[in-house]
Design a protein around this ligand. Structure first.
Ligand SMILES: C[S@@+](CC[C@H](N)C(=O)[O-])C[C@H]1O[C@@H](n2cnc3c(N)ncnc32)[C@H](O)[C@@H]1O
Length: 224
């Protein structure tokens, strides 16, 4: 297994700098980071979430999607959440605490690979908007790890920017020194899933976000 240290560190530092910034840059960053709530319905629907599911959110950011998940669905086991950036972890801790879910979400600092969990642990591995920050090696490593920690029959769910059409957004989003922006189509994501050993690989349509219209997302679901 090859591990790309550079994109891990670059991305972590990028989020630390952005989320921790004072002034408008930080306000915008923290606002965007807290928009995960828009995706909760999609997570429930596409992840086929059931109360008995053991779930991990990889690269949870401010944890808003899973906080909102717990407002809609009662789970038997705490959700595990992994996030490398200290600044994102601070936001996540605050959001989780304010929602009263400190005993229902276990936050850990860490990267998508390696995942510090035993083989066959989870029913659902969920990752939203993280793989654009990964070079190909890191996507391969993460998907192998996702496959390893899933129980047989467990589900993997991820979505990410596939293409951007706006010139301004393209420019903003394609600075390799900052966050390793690698946009991939469902077909490209699917190849990594096949290589990691997943089956039943399916695309789903990511819901429209209104002001993010210049960005087209790819959603992928697969089974171990
Ligand atoms: C755009 S945010 C998305 C956060 C959240 N998943 C959501 O959908 O709202 C991307 C997150 O991925 C995290 N990240 C970047 N590189 C990572 C890595 N190698 N492993 C795990 N998470 C990573 C970042 O720190 C950041 O919090």
């Amino acid at each position: 297994m090859t591990t790309t240290v550079d994109d891990k560190q670059t991305s972590k530092e990028f989020f630390n700098e952005w989320m921790g910034a004072k002034g408008p840059k930080g306000w915008v960053g923290r606002y965007i980071s807290n928009t995960g709530r828009w995706y909760t319905d999609m997570l429930i629907r596409e992840g086929h979430i059931k109360p008995e599911d053991k779930i991990i959110d990889v690269g949870c950011g401010s944890a808003t999607t899973i906080v909102n998940l717990l407002k809609s669905v009662s789970l038997d086991e705490p959700i595990q959440a992994v996030e490398p950036s200290e600044e994102q972890l601070k936001l996540a801790k605050k959001n989780i605490g304010e929602a009263g879910f400190s005993d229902k979400i276990v936050l850990k600092q860490g990267f998508a690979s390696p995942l510090d969990f035993k083989d066959n642990t989870f029913d659902l591995v969920y990752a939203s908007f993280i793989i654009k920050h990964f070079a190909d090696d890191s996507v391969a490593d993460f998907f192998e790890e996702a496959h390893r920690v899933l129980k047989p029959g467990g589900r993997f769910l991820c979505w990410e920017f596939a293409t951007v059409t706006s010139k301004i957004f393209k420019k903003l989003a394609s600075n390799p020194k900052k966050a390793m922006q690698n946009f991939r189509s469902f077909e490209q994501i699917g190849k990594f899933l096949v290589a990691a050993g997943f089956k039943d690989i399916e695309e789903f349509k990511v819901q429209n976000r209104g002001f993010w219209d210049p960005v087209v997302d790819a959603g992928a679901r697969a089974t171990k």
